[in-house]
Structure formats: structure tokens, C-alpha cells
Design a protein around this ligand. Structure first.
Ligand SMILES: Cc1ncc(COP(=O)(O)O)c(C=O)c1O
Length: 466
């Protein structure tokens, strides 16, 4: 493995970064020359040339031209099996014909009416039918917005200020959610967030109900406990059996609102999300991603008495201040049409189970390849989500006995080289690294992924990274 100096080579693929060069990087750059050219132009438009932090990949990310089912094609014409699935939004895969038809139909009619419309009612009706806690629905434009409103509703309802969150869990990019997600685990405010925000956040560790009880006993200003329903990074740091019920019981005992962040798990783990799967009903739930069928959209849903704080008449009748909630693109007709069609399919066919079964097959074959190649990693996860833990062999792997930091892959260079190697072999992994599997992936995709994984491990060995 050698290090190249970008300054010495005007055509260096590293776009100004001094990174280790391997045969994997060379092969990736040869395969993706069109993406590299676009990345150079993008670097003049966007910070780091990207529009979402998780798309940051060196020497450059892929530029994709089109996608269908479980596959996407880059601007150089290469096909990839897609395991990032629209950041988890595409349970049905890309461009599912019925969803595309619904979008096309909505586009014909207009994209914004500045008024209510039938599709938003159909969409909300399906949400209410599928999600156990959803007595009322308020659409937003993203999961970040849904969580922001959910916390505001909880504060208004309880008359309290503070939010209990779990270290490492992600709820969007709003001020208070940025504390203790990727850094600032001591609870201090991140750059650009006022120090006062830190005073509203109480960070705790998952799977420790006694610690939570102590927090609630000592502080009577806790409005809400919010939890990523599958655990941090969609289950990379899983939650112990009984933890959700423990949260429910504590919230009931101490008069706090229980908020499940089901932005990823909603309509994936089961048609009714994690809450249906576990039989634990929160007071509020934030939804996004699959909810809007691959288009922008989110929702906060939950108990009528809590969402009634948004209701003009209830506010007037009870002489309480109404919580204000505009949002230009709330329930826009195109997202409503895509979302309603997606939820109709999820509610009427076994697509969640199908994706789960494919993911289970993939997890097993990845682990078989790892054993065969004597690589001390483990593929794990639940439902249709797969994570790779690098550095712990399968026979010693117990994620519930491991800490958040132990489960995070610290060798970021190895993660990068694995992702590039998989791209060279036609597979786009999710960046954690792992896979978000859709109902459109087939056994052929699993077999091709297995071959690509085996070839990638060989390439990593040749580059002396394993
Ligand atoms: C668990 C979770 N909550 C909230 C969000 C934020 O959603 P959005 O990106 O739609 O704002 C995400 C996004 O990935 C998420 O994974």
C-alpha cells in the first residue's frame, strides 16, 4: 500500500486528499471516471462536493443516472446492487411500477394546491390503519421535522422542558438532536448550537433501565424519552429484549411522553413498525422514509390528546395556546400519492416479511464467506437491516454484551476500502458498513453479493488490509 501525493499528480483520483492508494482504489477510479469528473465539478458547488454527509466517500462517490428494483446504474453505465435503498426509504425497491404510476398520476394533476386534497386523507387513513399509536397524524417534510414537532408536542403536553435521549442515537439534524449523536457524548452543545440547548438534553445509555429510573427520580422536568426504535444506527447498537416495555412503564410511572423514532423502522419491521412487532405502543411516533414512498415526507403521529395541541378548536375550547405548525410542503400531493400507494402495498402483501427473509439469507451467506476466508468479522442485525462488525469473530459475537464504542468499526480506512472493493465488484453497501435490504432483492442478488464479498475480501487481503 503506497501513499500518493495529489499535488504531484494533476490527474490524481484523490481530489486533494492524501490517502492510501491500493489496487482497490485504482480499480475503482478506472471504473468510475465519469463519477470522478462530476465529483470535481461538484466540489466547486457543494462543501465536500456532496449534499448529505453520509454520501462522503473518498476518492469520490458514485454519480448515479438511473435505478430500477434493487439495482442502480452510474454515469459510466456500471450496474450496482443497491443496499443503501434511498437511505432506507425504498422497501419496495426503486421505481416500483404501481408507485411510479401513482406519482405520474399526481404530477398530471399538479404539485401543490395550497389546500387540502383527497390523497392526504387517503395517506393518513393508511397510516392510522397500520400504525398502532396513530390516533392522529400531522404530516411534515422530513424525519427531522417530525421529531422536532414531536418533542414540541411532548413539552407542550407535559409542561416540562427536558428530553432524555440515548447516546449514539440519531433523530435528525435539529439543534438538540445533534448533541451526543456522533460526538459531544458528555452532553455539551455541538458547533453552531447554543449552549442553552445542552441544558435541555439528558443523555443516557441504552439497555440500562435502573439508570433511567434514577434520572426520572432526580429530575421532575423530563417531558419525553425518545428512542430510535431499533437502536442506534438502525440496530448497529441493538436494544435488549424488554427495554421498550421498560421505557413504556417508566414513562407511565413518571408522567413522561414516550416517543418512538420509527423513521427507518416504520413500515419496515412490520407494516405497523417496531411498535406492532413488539406490542409496545408509544404515545408519539415520528415517521418518514418509507412513509412517503421514496419522495420527501414525514409525520408525527400518536395520541389524539397530544396532537390536539395543533387543533384550533380544541385550543379555543380549552383556552390553551395552540401549537403553531405551518410547512409549505406538508402532505404535498405527489408525496401523498407515492406514500399512499406504498402503504397500500405494504398493508396488503407480505413485502416486509419478504425483505426480512432475503436479509436473513444474505446475513447467513456473508457469515459463511467470512468463516471460509477466516476473517474475524460478523454480519448481524435484525429485520431487513444488516451490519458488519469488524474485529469480532462470529462465535464470540454478542452485541448486547458489547458497548456502543465496541460495536462501531474504528478502522475507517478498512471500511472505506471494503466499500470501494464492493463497488468495484458491483455492490453498493450502506456506509455503516452494512445493507438495507428491500423486497425487490432476489436470490440472484444475494448470490452475486456473496461472490462480490468474497472477491472484495481477497482484494483487501492482497492490499494487506486484512
Ligand atoms: C432514525 C432516524 N431519525 C430521523 C432521521 C431524520 O430523517 P430525515 O433525514 O428525513 O430528516 C433519520 C434519517 O436518516 C433517521 O435514520
Amino acid at each position: 500500500m503506497q501513499t500518493i501525493d495529489p499535488a504531484a499528480s494533476p490527474t490524481s483520483p484523490n481530489l486533494g486528499h492524501n490517502l492510501p492508494q491500493t489496487d482497490i482504489v485504482t480499480a475503482y477510479c478506472e471504473k468510475t471516471a465519469g463519477s470522478e469528473a462530476l465529483a470535481r465539478t461538484a466540489a466547486d458547488c457543494f462543501p465536500s462536493g456532496i449534499t448529505h454527509d453520509s454520501r462522503y466517500l473518498l476518492p469520490h462517490g458514485l454519480y448515479v443516472e438511473h435505478a430500477q428494483g434493487p439495482h442502480k446504474w452510474d454515469v459510466d453505465g456500471n450496474r450496482y446492487i443497491d443496499y443503501y435503498g434511498g437511505h432506507g426509504a425504498l422497501l419496495l425497491g426503486h421505481n416500483r411500477p404501481e408507485v411510479k404510476a401513482a406519482i405520474d398520476g399526481a404530477m398530471e394533476k399538479g404539485t401543490h394546491f395550497g389546500a387540502g386534497h383527497p390523497a392526504e386523507i387517503a395517506w393518513a387513513g393508511l397510516v392510522k390503519e397500520l400504525v398502532p399509536c396513530a390516533e392522529r397524524v400531522r404530516f411534515t417534510s422530513s424525519g427531522t421535522e417530525a421529531n422536532s414537532m414531536a418533542v414540541r408536542l411532548a413539552r407542550g403536553f407535559t409542561g416540562r422542558s427536558k428530553v432524555v435521549r440515548f447516546r449514539g442515537q440519531f433523530h435528525g439534524w435539529q439543534d438538540e438532536a445533534s448533541i451526543g449523536y456522533a460526538n459531544h457524548f458528555d452532553g455539551s452543545s455541538t458547533l453552531g448550537v447554543p449552549p442553552s440547548a445542552a441544558g435541555n438534553i439528558v443523555l443516557s445509555e441504552v439497555n440500562d433501565l435502573p439508570a433511567l429510573r434514577s434520572i426520572l427520580e432526580e429530575d421532575d422536568d423530563i417531558a419525553v424519552i425518545m428512542v430510535e426504535a431499533m437502536g442506534a444506527m438502525t440496530g448497529k447498537v441493538p436494544l435488549a429484549p424488554g427495554f421498550h416495555q421498560g421505557l413504556r412503564d417508566l414513562c407511565d410511572e413518571f408522567g413522561c411522553v414516550l416517543l418512538f423514532d420509527e423513521v427507518v423502522t416504520g413500515f419496515r419491521v412490520s407494516p405497523g413498525g417496531m411498535q406492532e412487532h413488539l406490542g409496545v405502543t408509544p404515545d408519539l411516533t415520528s415517521l418518514a422514509k418509507i412513509l412517503a414512498g421514496g419522495l420527501p415526507g414525514g409525520a408525527v403521529v400518536g395520541r389524539k390528546d397530544i396532537l390536539d395541541q395543533l387543533d384550533f378548536k380544541v385550543a379555543a375550547d380549552t383556552n390553551r395556546e395552540k401549537i403553531h405548525h405551518p410547512g409549505t410542503f406538508n402532505a404535498n400531493p405527489v408525496s401523498a400519492a407515492a406514500g399512499a400507494e406504498t402503504l397500500r402495498i405494504i398493508g396488503s402483501s407480505p413485502v416486509c416479511k419478504q425483505a426480512d427473509a432475503t436479509a436473513e439469507d444474505l446475513r447467513n451467506v456473508l457469515n459463511q464467506v467470512l468463516k471460509k476466508e477466516s476473517v474475524d468479522w460478523t454480519a448481524y442485525g435484525s429485520s431487513s437491516v444488516i451490519h458488519l462488525c469488524m474485529g469480532v469473530p462470529q462465535d464470540q459475537f454478542d452485541p448486547l454484551a458489547m458497548s456502543r464504542t465496541e460495536l462501531q468499526n474504528k478502522n475507517t480506512e478498512l471500511v472505506r476500502q471494503l466499500r470501494l472493493a464492493m463497488l468495484v465488484h458491483g455492490v453498493d453497501l450502506a456506509p455503516t458498513p452494512g445493507a438495507v435490504v428491500s423486497a425487490s432483492h432476489t436470490t440472484n442478488d444475494v448470490e452475486d453479493t456473496c461472490r462480490a464479498f468474497s472477491d472484495s475480501l481477497h482484494a483487501l487481503k492482497q492490499a494487506h488490509l486484512l
